[in-house]
Design a protein around this ligand. Sequence first.
Ligand code: GLP
Length: 269
Amino acid sequence: MEVIIRPNADAAADLVAWVIARELRTNPRPVLGLATGRTMEPVYARLVAMHREERLDFSACRTFNLDEYVGLSSDDPHSYRHYMNRHLFQQVNIDPANTHLPDGMAADLDAECADYERQITQAGGIDLQLLGIGQTGHLGFNEPLSAFRSRTMVRALSPVTREQNGVLFENPDLIPHRAITMGVGTILDCRRCLLLASGEDKASIVAKAVEGPITSMISATALQLHPRCTVVVDEAAAGRFKESDYYRWLFENEPKWESFRQAQNSLVT
Ligand code: GLP
Protein backbone atom coordinates (compact mmCIF):
# COMPACT_ATOMS: atom_id res chain seq x y z
CA MET A 1 0.00 0.00 0.00
CA GLU A 2 1.07 3.59 -0.51
CA VAL A 3 -0.52 6.68 0.99
CA ILE A 4 -0.50 10.08 -0.70
CA ILE A 5 -1.49 13.23 1.14
CA ARG A 6 -2.59 16.18 -0.98
CA PRO A 7 -3.21 19.72 0.31
CA ASN A 8 -6.99 19.73 -0.20
CA ALA A 9 -9.91 17.73 -1.63
CA ASP A 10 -9.56 19.17 -5.15
CA ALA A 11 -5.84 18.35 -5.30
CA ALA A 12 -6.56 14.81 -4.07
CA ALA A 13 -9.27 14.38 -6.73
CA ASP A 14 -6.90 15.79 -9.39
CA LEU A 15 -4.29 13.16 -8.59
CA VAL A 16 -6.86 10.38 -8.79
CA ALA A 17 -8.14 11.72 -12.13
CA TRP A 18 -4.55 11.90 -13.38
CA VAL A 19 -3.97 8.21 -12.55
CA ILE A 20 -7.22 7.22 -14.29
CA ALA A 21 -6.36 9.36 -17.34
CA ARG A 22 -2.95 7.73 -17.57
CA GLU A 23 -4.61 4.30 -17.54
CA LEU A 24 -6.92 5.43 -20.37
CA ARG A 25 -3.97 6.78 -22.37
CA THR A 26 -1.61 3.85 -21.94
CA ASN A 27 -3.93 0.83 -21.89
CA PRO A 28 -5.44 0.07 -25.32
CA ARG A 29 -8.44 -1.76 -23.79
CA PRO A 30 -8.84 -0.41 -20.25
CA VAL A 31 -11.32 -1.92 -17.80
CA LEU A 32 -12.13 0.56 -15.04
CA GLY A 33 -13.89 -0.17 -11.77
CA LEU A 34 -15.88 2.89 -10.72
CA ALA A 35 -17.36 4.20 -7.49
CA THR A 36 -20.05 6.68 -6.50
CA GLY A 37 -20.45 9.09 -3.58
CA ARG A 38 -19.86 12.78 -2.99
CA THR A 39 -16.08 12.26 -2.81
CA MET A 40 -15.98 11.10 -6.45
CA GLU A 41 -17.82 14.06 -7.96
CA PRO A 42 -14.67 16.24 -8.40
CA VAL A 43 -12.85 13.23 -9.93
CA TYR A 44 -15.52 12.80 -12.60
CA ALA A 45 -15.70 16.57 -13.15
CA ARG A 46 -11.93 16.56 -13.79
CA LEU A 47 -12.17 13.60 -16.20
CA VAL A 48 -14.99 15.31 -18.10
CA ALA A 49 -12.86 18.48 -18.34
CA MET A 50 -9.92 16.40 -19.65
CA HIS A 51 -12.22 14.82 -22.23
CA ARG A 52 -13.35 18.26 -23.43
CA GLU A 53 -10.05 20.11 -23.24
CA GLU A 54 -7.46 17.39 -23.90
CA ARG A 55 -9.55 14.86 -25.86
CA LEU A 56 -9.21 12.20 -23.19
CA ASP A 57 -10.67 9.20 -25.00
CA PHE A 58 -13.13 6.79 -23.37
CA SER A 59 -14.12 4.96 -26.57
CA ALA A 60 -12.14 1.77 -25.86
CA CYS A 61 -12.94 1.73 -22.17
CA ARG A 62 -15.24 -0.66 -20.33
CA THR A 63 -16.47 0.09 -16.81
CA PHE A 64 -17.88 -1.88 -13.87
CA ASN A 65 -19.30 -0.06 -10.89
CA LEU A 66 -18.94 -1.35 -7.37
CA ASP A 67 -22.56 -1.40 -6.36
CA GLU A 68 -26.22 -0.49 -6.82
CA TYR A 69 -29.21 -0.18 -4.49
CA VAL A 70 -31.75 -2.98 -4.60
CA GLY A 71 -35.17 -1.77 -5.76
CA LEU A 72 -34.11 1.45 -7.53
CA SER A 73 -34.48 1.65 -11.29
CA SER A 74 -31.94 3.34 -13.54
CA ASP A 75 -34.12 6.43 -13.94
CA ASP A 76 -34.48 6.91 -10.18
CA PRO A 77 -32.27 9.92 -9.37
CA HIS A 78 -31.00 8.12 -6.24
CA SER A 79 -29.75 5.09 -8.18
CA TYR A 80 -26.07 4.75 -8.84
CA ARG A 81 -26.80 4.19 -12.56
CA HIS A 82 -28.40 7.63 -12.62
CA TYR A 83 -25.42 9.12 -10.76
CA MET A 84 -22.92 7.61 -13.22
CA ASN A 85 -24.91 8.69 -16.30
CA ARG A 86 -25.12 12.23 -14.97
CA HIS A 87 -21.58 12.71 -13.66
CA LEU A 88 -19.62 10.81 -16.31
CA PHE A 89 -21.16 8.56 -18.93
CA GLN A 90 -23.37 11.15 -20.65
CA GLN A 91 -20.54 13.67 -20.73
CA VAL A 92 -17.76 11.63 -22.37
CA ASN A 93 -17.40 9.43 -25.46
CA ILE A 94 -18.02 6.10 -23.74
CA ASP A 95 -20.25 3.51 -25.40
CA PRO A 96 -23.20 3.02 -22.99
CA ALA A 97 -23.07 -0.71 -23.81
CA ASN A 98 -19.61 -0.79 -22.22
CA THR A 99 -20.83 0.62 -18.89
CA HIS A 100 -21.92 -1.91 -16.28
CA LEU A 101 -23.67 -1.64 -12.95
CA PRO A 102 -25.49 -4.40 -11.14
CA ASP A 103 -29.24 -4.32 -11.83
CA GLY A 104 -30.96 -3.64 -8.52
CA MET A 105 -34.34 -4.36 -10.13
CA ALA A 106 -33.42 -7.88 -11.30
CA ALA A 107 -36.10 -10.48 -10.55
CA ASP A 108 -33.45 -12.98 -9.49
CA LEU A 109 -30.83 -11.02 -7.52
CA ASP A 110 -28.53 -13.99 -6.90
CA ALA A 111 -28.45 -14.75 -10.63
CA GLU A 112 -27.72 -11.06 -11.29
CA CYS A 113 -24.75 -11.18 -8.88
CA ALA A 114 -23.34 -14.32 -10.49
CA ASP A 115 -23.80 -12.77 -13.94
CA TYR A 116 -21.98 -9.60 -12.86
CA GLU A 117 -18.99 -11.67 -11.76
CA ARG A 118 -19.11 -13.50 -15.10
CA GLN A 119 -19.11 -10.24 -17.04
CA ILE A 120 -16.08 -8.95 -15.12
CA THR A 121 -14.24 -12.19 -15.86
CA GLN A 122 -15.22 -12.07 -19.54
CA ALA A 123 -13.85 -8.52 -19.75
CA GLY A 124 -10.50 -9.88 -18.56
CA GLY A 125 -10.76 -8.50 -15.00
CA ILE A 126 -10.55 -4.94 -13.74
CA ASP A 127 -7.34 -2.99 -14.38
CA LEU A 128 -7.96 -0.08 -12.03
CA GLN A 129 -10.61 0.02 -9.32
CA LEU A 130 -11.63 3.38 -7.90
CA LEU A 131 -12.83 3.20 -4.28
CA GLY A 132 -14.37 5.50 -1.70
CA ILE A 133 -14.86 4.62 1.93
CA GLY A 134 -17.96 4.84 4.11
CA GLN A 135 -18.05 5.60 7.83
CA THR A 136 -18.22 1.88 8.63
CA GLY A 137 -15.06 1.33 6.59
CA HIS A 138 -17.05 -0.32 3.82
CA LEU A 139 -15.78 -0.67 0.26
CA GLY A 140 -18.77 -0.66 -2.06
CA PHE A 141 -21.41 -1.85 0.40
CA ASN A 142 -19.27 -4.45 2.15
CA GLU A 143 -20.45 -3.69 5.65
CA PRO A 144 -18.82 -5.02 8.84
CA LEU A 145 -18.49 -8.83 8.87
CA SER A 146 -18.07 -9.07 5.06
CA ALA A 147 -15.76 -11.96 4.29
CA PHE A 148 -12.53 -11.03 2.54
CA ARG A 149 -13.18 -13.79 0.00
CA SER A 150 -16.75 -12.67 -0.76
CA ARG A 151 -17.88 -12.16 -4.35
CA THR A 152 -20.64 -9.94 -5.76
CA MET A 153 -23.68 -10.39 -3.54
CA VAL A 154 -26.69 -8.73 -1.92
CA ARG A 155 -25.85 -7.03 1.38
CA ALA A 156 -27.95 -5.31 4.03
CA LEU A 157 -26.94 -1.72 4.71
CA SER A 158 -25.88 -1.05 8.28
CA PRO A 159 -27.77 1.60 10.29
CA VAL A 160 -24.67 3.85 10.13
CA THR A 161 -24.58 3.63 6.33
CA ARG A 162 -28.34 4.21 6.01
CA GLU A 163 -27.88 7.35 8.09
CA GLN A 164 -24.79 8.49 6.13
CA ASN A 165 -26.35 7.97 2.69
CA GLY A 166 -29.95 8.70 3.75
CA VAL A 167 -29.24 12.44 3.71
CA LEU A 168 -29.12 12.20 -0.09
CA PHE A 169 -32.79 11.10 -0.17
CA GLU A 170 -35.55 13.72 0.31
CA ASN A 171 -37.01 11.34 2.88
CA PRO A 172 -34.07 9.51 4.52
CA ASP A 173 -36.38 6.61 5.46
CA LEU A 174 -36.76 5.82 1.76
CA ILE A 175 -33.15 4.71 1.38
CA PRO A 176 -33.19 1.01 0.44
CA HIS A 177 -32.20 -1.55 3.06
CA ARG A 178 -30.15 -3.64 0.65
CA ALA A 179 -27.71 -3.28 -2.21
CA ILE A 180 -25.82 -5.45 -4.67
CA THR A 181 -22.09 -4.97 -4.18
CA MET A 182 -18.88 -6.43 -5.56
CA GLY A 183 -17.46 -8.58 -2.77
CA VAL A 184 -14.22 -7.83 -0.96
CA GLY A 185 -12.69 -10.75 -2.88
CA THR A 186 -13.88 -9.26 -6.18
CA ILE A 187 -12.19 -5.97 -5.26
CA LEU A 188 -8.97 -7.68 -4.16
CA ASP A 189 -8.80 -9.38 -7.58
CA CYS A 190 -8.54 -6.01 -9.38
CA ARG A 191 -5.06 -5.36 -10.71
CA ARG A 192 -4.79 -1.99 -9.01
CA CYS A 193 -6.87 -0.28 -6.31
CA LEU A 194 -7.12 3.47 -5.86
CA LEU A 195 -8.95 4.72 -2.77
CA LEU A 196 -9.88 8.38 -2.37
CA ALA A 197 -11.05 9.95 0.90
CA SER A 198 -11.42 13.59 1.80
CA GLY A 199 -12.66 15.61 4.75
CA GLU A 200 -12.15 15.44 8.50
CA ASP A 201 -15.06 13.08 9.06
CA LYS A 202 -13.13 10.37 7.17
CA ALA A 203 -9.87 10.79 9.14
CA SER A 204 -10.60 8.22 11.82
CA ILE A 205 -11.84 5.43 9.52
CA VAL A 206 -9.05 6.01 6.96
CA ALA A 207 -6.41 5.74 9.70
CA LYS A 208 -7.98 2.45 10.83
CA ALA A 209 -8.08 1.18 7.25
CA VAL A 210 -4.42 1.99 6.59
CA GLU A 211 -2.72 1.53 9.97
CA GLY A 212 -5.13 -0.59 11.98
CA PRO A 213 -5.30 -4.35 12.34
CA ILE A 214 -6.79 -6.28 9.42
CA THR A 215 -10.36 -7.22 10.27
CA SER A 216 -13.57 -8.07 8.45
CA MET A 217 -15.25 -5.52 10.75
CA ILE A 218 -13.63 -2.87 8.51
CA SER A 219 -13.60 -4.17 4.96
CA ALA A 220 -11.18 -1.44 3.77
CA THR A 221 -8.44 -3.04 5.92
CA ALA A 222 -8.44 -5.82 3.29
CA LEU A 223 -6.60 -3.36 1.02
CA GLN A 224 -3.50 -3.91 3.18
CA LEU A 225 -3.38 -7.34 1.51
CA HIS A 226 -3.51 -5.91 -2.02
CA PRO A 227 -0.14 -5.79 -3.81
CA ARG A 228 -0.95 -2.56 -5.67
CA CYS A 229 -3.09 -0.20 -3.67
CA THR A 230 -2.81 3.58 -3.53
CA VAL A 231 -4.72 5.58 -0.92
CA VAL A 232 -5.11 9.28 -1.72
CA VAL A 233 -6.33 11.66 0.98
CA ASP A 234 -6.49 15.37 1.60
CA GLU A 235 -4.91 16.97 4.69
CA ALA A 236 -8.19 16.85 6.59
CA ALA A 237 -8.62 13.10 6.06
CA ALA A 238 -4.93 12.55 6.92
CA GLY A 239 -5.34 14.04 10.39
CA ARG A 240 -5.32 10.75 12.33
CA PHE A 241 -2.37 8.97 10.69
CA LYS A 242 0.52 8.07 12.95
CA GLU A 243 3.06 7.84 10.11
CA SER A 244 2.14 10.76 7.87
CA ASP A 245 5.72 12.13 7.74
CA TYR A 246 6.85 8.82 6.28
CA TYR A 247 4.04 8.82 3.68
CA ARG A 248 4.94 12.36 2.64
CA TRP A 249 8.61 11.48 2.30
CA LEU A 250 7.81 8.45 0.14
CA PHE A 251 5.58 10.40 -2.23
CA GLU A 252 8.13 13.19 -2.62
CA ASN A 253 10.98 10.78 -3.29
CA GLU A 254 9.49 7.83 -5.19
CA PRO A 255 10.75 7.86 -8.82
CA LYS A 256 7.42 6.46 -10.07
CA TRP A 257 5.65 9.71 -9.13
CA GLU A 258 8.19 11.84 -11.00
CA SER A 259 5.96 12.25 -14.07
CA PHE A 260 3.12 13.48 -11.83
CA ARG A 261 5.45 15.94 -10.09
CA GLN A 262 6.61 17.22 -13.48
CA ALA A 263 3.02 17.59 -14.72
CA GLN A 264 2.20 19.59 -11.57
CA ASN A 265 5.26 21.81 -11.98
CA SER A 266 4.45 22.53 -15.62
CA LEU A 267 0.99 23.71 -14.49
CA VAL A 268 2.53 26.02 -11.90
CA THR A 269 5.26 27.49 -14.14
C1 GLP B 1 -21.56 4.78 -0.67
C2 GLP B 1 -20.91 3.84 -1.65
C3 GLP B 1 -19.46 3.65 -1.31
C4 GLP B 1 -18.78 4.99 -1.10
C5 GLP B 1 -19.46 5.75 0.00
C6 GLP B 1 -18.80 7.08 0.32
O1 GLP B 1 -21.84 4.15 0.53
N1 GLP B 1 -21.55 2.57 -1.65
O2 GLP B 1 -18.84 2.95 -2.38
O3 GLP B 1 -17.45 4.78 -0.76
O4 GLP B 1 -20.80 5.96 -0.42
O5 GLP B 1 -19.63 8.16 0.07
P1 GLP B 1 -19.19 9.67 0.14
O6 GLP B 1 -18.13 9.86 -0.87
O7 GLP B 1 -20.44 10.42 -0.19
O8 GLP B 1 -18.69 9.91 1.51
